[in-house]
Design a protein around this ligand. Structure first.
Ligand SMILES: [Mg+2]
Length: 116
C-alpha cells in the first residue's frame, strides 16, 4: 500500500511502479516500450471519449489519472525516472509562470509566443 505523502504525483508514480513490480514487470524494461505506448494511446482515447461525453466528472478524473499512470510507466521504460519527470514538471511550471501578455497571446485555441 502506497503511503500518502501529500505529493500526489510521486505517490502515483510509486504506486504504479510497485504495481508493475508486484506482477513481475520491470518498469525499466526497454523492450516493453511499444506495449507502454499502446496502453498510453488506449488511455488517451478513453480520456478524450470521457471528456467529449462530458457527463461524468468522476469518470473524466479517473481516466486522466490513468493517462498520468501510463505516462509515468512509458517514461520509466524509456529511461526517464520519477525524479526526472518531477524536475521537468517544475521546469514547465517555471516556464508557464514566466509567460505574460507581453510575451504570449491566446490565438486559434492556443497560447502562443508573440512574434517579435
Ligand atoms: Mg482508463
Amino acid at each position: 500500500m502506497t503511503e500518502r505523502t501529500g505529493d500526489p504525483f510521486r505517490d502515483l508514480a510509486d504506486s504504479s511502479l510497485n504495481f508493475l513490480q508486484r506482477f513481475g514487470v520491470d518498469p525499466a524494461d526497454r523492450s516493453a516500450i511499444e506495449d507502454r505506448i499502446m496502453i498510453f494511446e488506449e488511455e488517451v482515447r478513453e480520456l478524450t471519449e470521457a471528456v467529449r461525453e462530458g457527463t461524468d466528472l468522476n469518470h473524466i478524473g479517473e481516466e486522466a489519472a490513468d493517462v498520468i499512470v501510463t505516462i509515468i510507466t512509458m517514461c520509466h521504460s524509456a529511461g526517464v525516472d520519477t525524479e526526472a519527470l518531477i524536475e521537468q514538471a517544475y521546469r514547465v511550471v517555471a516556464k508557464n509562470d514566466a509567460k505574460t501578455h507581453e510575451t504570449h497571446i491566446f490565438k486559434d485555441g492556443k497560447i502562443r509566443r508573440r512574434k517579435a
